[in-house]
Structures are given as structure tokens and as C-alpha cells.
Design a protein around this ligand. Structure first.
Ligand SMILES: [Zn+2]
Length: 335
């Protein structure tokens, strides 16, 4: 991305092993994330041309001398932070906060080849050869499914619970799938787009609320005996969406927030009296990947259904336009 609205596919030098813990992978497919739209729309300023992308599935081409858990030829998937898997934070299940973490977006996974730092901690080997449907699922697991899953876990979605989901982008939609898999009895999707409502239903939403803001909160309360949801997933990152999530949640309930926060300021007194738990941030996707890879390869879940436009990598600029104009929910780029 050269500047806001200006995406070009250009040749860069091939990545090479720099640290003995690195691996080089050849990407099988990659995709465009809703968070790539923040710089595309100029909300996040860019400091000159920047490689883009942080989601990836690929085949290992080369490994550094210290790499032991992946080998050349393995099909692998990882998440948007490289992590060592060994520090105290990783072992506690918060790999996205690893003390040695490396943001994969800084390396740019919308590419043919990629250097993966801390390969042993970062990459998960996929058993067998994924077919096209599984490949799409694995790519979703790399970020949007893993993030939606963490949001559902952070919101303590589970049996007997009513879960509200704020945001109908890929993460919100897959948060619905996650909440249902975790046993939630009822999942209320907040969406006003017919195509996304249909996908929300497919992923297990039991109710749809089209209203937003205070009216949306009011509808959630009407559906929950005036109490609010037990668990709310916040998957947007704006002031409005965050307050909608907090206000839609009952006292003692949990908000799992994973929309990248943009100028959100929480009113202390309202938070104090709300009695809700807040937990979120950049999702430790790596923590959930082994389980998610298993569910996808076993055909238990089909998160790849979230991709509604597929383009070759060289047409990445059109993919960004399609997502920016909401003509696509999520774009898969083939190589
Ligand atoms: Zn770590």
C-alpha cells in the first residue's frame, strides 16, 4: 500500500532466513482483512509504501538450523503475531502478547513467499492435504475465525447463555459460529445487511437485530427479559459499537472485545455501575489454532464460507476496493 486507497502488486526481494528460528513458506492463499481497511481509508496513516497482509496458509520451503517442529514440505498455518510459545505469557495462553512477538503485518503476507519468525512457536502443521474448502477454512482460522473464537471465549459464551454480537464483518460472523460451538443457547446477531444476516443464520444465529445504538440495546433487552445478554462480542472497534456492547450486557455478564479500538473512550462512572466484565484485545489466535485446524480438517465447521470474493493476488487492488465499498465481506487471494 503506497498510500490510502493506493494498492499495487509489485516485485520485492525474496525473503531469506535471517534468524535460525525462521522458516520460509510459499503461500497457498492469503486474504484481505477488515483491519487492512483502516490504512486503506486513511484512518491509520501510512509512512510510505508498506507490505500488507497478516493471514496465511502455505508450504514450508526452507527452515533455519534451530527449527525442529516443522519441516520442508509441511502445510502450515499461523496467526498475525509470530510468538515463541515458550515465554510465560505464551504458556498462559496469550501468544499475541508474547514477549518476543513479531507482527506478521510488518512482513506482509499478501505475497508469494513469507519469512515466518519463531517458526516452532508460530506455525501449526496441517495434517494431510487440505482440499479447497478446507484451505478456505484454514485461512479463516489464521485470523478472523481465531479472533471470533477468542471473542466468544472472552465473553464466556457457553451452555445456557444468550450471546449478542455487535458487528457483522467476518470476525463478528465467525464469533457467532464460535459461540454456538461453545454451546451458547441463543445468539443474537446485530446486522442490517441481508446477505450478512443470511450468513449469520448459517453460522448459527437464532435472532437478528437490525437496530443500532440505543435502539439496538433496547431490542437486546426486550429479547432477554429486560436484563441484557450474558455475553457480548464486540467486533468493530468504534465508540458506538463498544458502548452498544457494554450497554447490551447484563450486570455480571462479559464483553469480549476484539474490534481494533479506534478513539474509544470508556466513561468510568457508567462502567463502574454496569457491573460487566471486559476482556479482549488482539486475539491469541495461535492458542486456538490446533483445535480449529482439527475441526476444519474433520469437516466439523466451515468458516471458509465467510469468503465471498476470490481473486488472484495480482488483482489485490480490486479486492481492497470491493471490501471498502462493502461489495465483499472478505476477499481471498489465490496464488
Ligand atoms: Zn512467548
Amino acid at each position: 500500500m503506497h498510500q490510502a486507497g493506493d494498492v499495487r502488486v509489485e516485485d520485492r526481494d525474496d525473503p531469506t532466513i535471517i534468524e535460525p528460528t525462521d522458516a520460509i513458506i510459499r503461500l497457498t492463499a492469503t486474504c484481505i482483512c477488515g483491519s487492512d481497511l483502516w490504512p486503506y481509508r486513511g484512518t491509520d496513516p501510512l509512512d510510505g509504501p508498506t507490505p500488507m497482509g497478516h493471514e496465511y496458509v502455505g508450504v514450508v520451503e526452507e527452515i533455519g538450523d534451530a527449527v525442529t517442529t516443522v519441516k520442508v514440505g509441511d502445510v502450515v498455518v499461523g496467526s498475525f503475531f509470530a510468538s515463541d510459545g515458550t515465554c510465560e505469557i505464551c504458556r498462559a495462553g496469550y501468544e499475541s502478547h508474547c514477549v518476543h512477538r513479531v507482527p506478521m503485518g510488518s512482513l506482509g503476507t499478501q505475497a508469494e513467499r513469507l519469512r515466518v519468525p519463531l517458526a516452532d512457536g508460530t506455525l501449526v502443521v496441517v495434517p494431510g492435504e487440505p482440499d479447497d474448502r478446507q484451505l478456505r477454512g484454514l485461512l479463516a482460522a489464521s485470523d478472523v475465525l481465531g479472533t471470533g473464537w477468542f471473542a466468544a471465549v472472552a465473553a464466556e459464551a457457553g451452555p445456557g447463555k444468550t450471546v449478542a454480537v455487535v458487528g457483522d464483518g467476518a470476525v463478528g460472523l465467525l464469533g457467532i459460529l464460535a459461540a454456538r460451538r461453545l454451546g451458547a443457547e441463543r445468539v443474537i446477531a446485530m446486522s442490517r445487511h441481508a446477505d450478512r444476516q443470511a450468513l449469520a443464520r448459517r453460522f448459527g444465529a437464532t435472532d437478528i437485530v437490525e437496530e443500532r445504538g440505543d435502539e439496538g440495546v433496547e431490542r437486546i433487552k426486550q429479547l432477554t427479559d429486560g436484563l441484557g445478554a450474558h455475553s457480548t462480542i464486540e467486533a468493530v472497534g468504534t465508540q458506538e459499537s463498544m458502548m452498544q456492547a457494554i450497554r447490551a450486557t447484563r450486570a455480571g455478564g462479559h464483553v469480549g472485545y476484539v474490534g481494533v479500538s479506534h478513539d474509544v473512550e470508556l466513561p468510568g462512572l457508567e462502567l463502574f455501575f454496569s457491573g460487566v466484565h471486559l476482556h479482549g484485545g488482539p486475539a491469541p489466535v495461535r492458542h486456538f489454532l490446533p483445535e480449529l485446524v482439527g475441526l476444519i480438517m474433520d469437516g466439523e465447521i466451515d468458516p471458509g464460507a465467510v469468503f465471498d470474493l476470490t481473486l488472484p493476488l495480482e488483482d489485490a487492488a480490486e479486492g481492497y476496493r470491493a471490501m471498502d465499498e462493502r461489495r465483499a465481506t472478505k476477499v481471498l487471494l489465490t496464488l
